[in-house]
Design a protein around this ligand. Structure first.
Ligand code: FIX
Ligand code: ZN
Length: 420
């Protein structure tokens, strides 16, 4: 191929952008990982990688055993079955399968020998502290935001006991049961000393606000979050909407915390798959428009599950500065959709969003989730800087670095600090 000056200039710029994207540490703003103080809640290693619910769903397409029989097996046997179905009987080309291979490769393991016992042996020899360090370095991460639920019995005990926090784990306060399952949650909160009663009243709202304030403080939460069904409505004449209006949003406003909403998930489309059984439907985003418009002093972050909602979400973010869009969530976390969403978002809101979070449930997954996403994000950004170069706007290395730092956590931090 014949290069002229412009070609080589563009190639250099492209290289520079890819290097910066590769080397800039990222704040992973939504994961299901835990500080090691939570002991067994922090999943890691080959058996947890293989039994990830994304792979469980894919394996069942090949398995011919009854669902219930699979769940009776111990984790090692489940992992063996998944390895056999997805890695030995077929090539591991799906995004979640490729992720396991990327991860093992980055850790220096020769997955190509297809020797699962040898891989298990290697993991058994690692110490958790050293392994965390290694995963964080390979993923290029500077902080990991946990999803912390006061409604989770195992987690709650650890918070009550107290622990010394590792510096790179931050926290988000997850409140799904409060918004989506009020009567049961009210009973539990009463037991824990927050006098909610079951009827919504000023007293109940005060108790909820106090509960949120106590837990946000205990966790040092960076934001509050909830996942929502696709038909969620606001305003509405129901408990969910009233709780948002009268307790959650006033609390978030007072505390200056964003409320992150994750709409589009249909829980338990196939309950036989347990955690792997949730699905997606297109969301009616009118509720989010109404929230952003009615509460200009509240900050909302949003990631939406259906691909079909992404363009509308970008347009909403153009209309409301109190809305920060983030991540390619779950079924949208595949290279083709990340690429489409990252282009669309960049073209519509510039650099004022967060392109990705890992949603990792197993520590080692941060390696592949970030390696795969960086490749796509890097390509999209390189195209954008090259487009500018072609019309005479050259960006310095410092400017590109600044922009990437914004996308990799800086802009979300700015949003969290903002008061409107
Ligand atoms: O609700 C959520 O935060 C989801 O991300 C998870 O519950 C889901 O199971 C998941 O792991 C998606 O990546
Ligand atoms: Zn999640």
């Amino acid at each position: 191929m014949h290069f002229n000056i412009t070609d080589s200039h563009e190639a250099e710029l492209r290289e520079r952008v890819l290097d910066i994207v590769d080397e800039t540490p990222v704040d992973d703003i939504h994961t299901h990982l835990y500080d090691p103080a939570f002991g067994p809640l922090l999943l890691w290693g080959i058996d947890d990688l293989l039994t990830y619910h994304y792979l469980v769903a894919e394996s069942f397409r090949y398995f011919d055993l009854p669902y219930a029989d699979f769940w009776k097996f111990d984790k090692t046997t489940q992992a063996n079955l998944i390895w056999d179905a997805l890695f030995l009987q077929h090539s591991p080309v799906s995004e979640a399968c490729r992720g396991v291979i990327t991860t093992l490769h980055a850790l220096g393991l020769e997955a190509k020998h297809r020797d699962l016992p040898a891989i298990r042996k290697w993991f058994a020899e690692q110490s958790i502290d050293g392994h965390i360090q290694k995963c964080i370095e390979l993923a290029g991460i500077k902080s990991i935001c946990m999803t912390n639920s006061p409604f989770d019995d195992l987690e709650r005990q650890v918070w009550h006991k107290g622990f010394d926090r590792e510096p790179w784990f931050t926290s988000a306060l997850r409140i799904d049961p409060l918004i989506l399952d009020w009567p049961r949650t009210a009973r539990r909160m009463n037991e824990w000393g927050y006098p909610t009663g079951e009827e919504l009243s000023i007293g109940a709202f005060d108790a909820v606000k106090k509960f949120l304030a106590d837990w946000a403080e205990r966790m040092d939460a960076k934001y509050v979050m909830v996942s929502l069904p696709p038909d969620f409505e606001f305003p509405a004449n129901n408990e969910s909407a009233e709780l948002l209006d009268q307790a959650v949003l006033p609390f978030c406003r007072d505390a200056g915390l964003p409320l992150a909403v994750m709409p589009g998930v249909v829980r338990q489309v196939n309950p036989q798959l347990l955690l792997a059984g949730d699905g997606v439907e297109r969301t009616n985003l009118t509720f989010l428009k109404n929230l952003c418009a009615a509460f200009p002093q509240n900050k909302f972050a949003a990631t939406v599950l259906a691909r079909e909602n992404q363009h509308e979400l970008c347009v909403l973010a153009r209309k409301f500065r109190n809305l920060h869009i983030f991540g390619c969530w779950w079924f949208t976390n595949t290279p083709s959709i990340i690429e489409e969403m990252t282009r669309e978002r960049t073209e519509l809101v510039g650099l004022s969003y967060t392109p990705q979070h890992s949603d990792a449930r197993v520590l080692d997954q941060i390696i592949y989730k970030w390696q795969h996403s960086r490749t796509v994000i890097g390509d999209v950004l390189a195209d954008k800087y090259v487009d500018l170069l072609r019309v005479g706007w050259e960006c310095s290395e410092e400017e590109i670095q600044r922009d990437v730092e914004g996308l990799f956590g800086g802009d979300f931090a700015r949003f969290c600090r903002a008061s409107f």
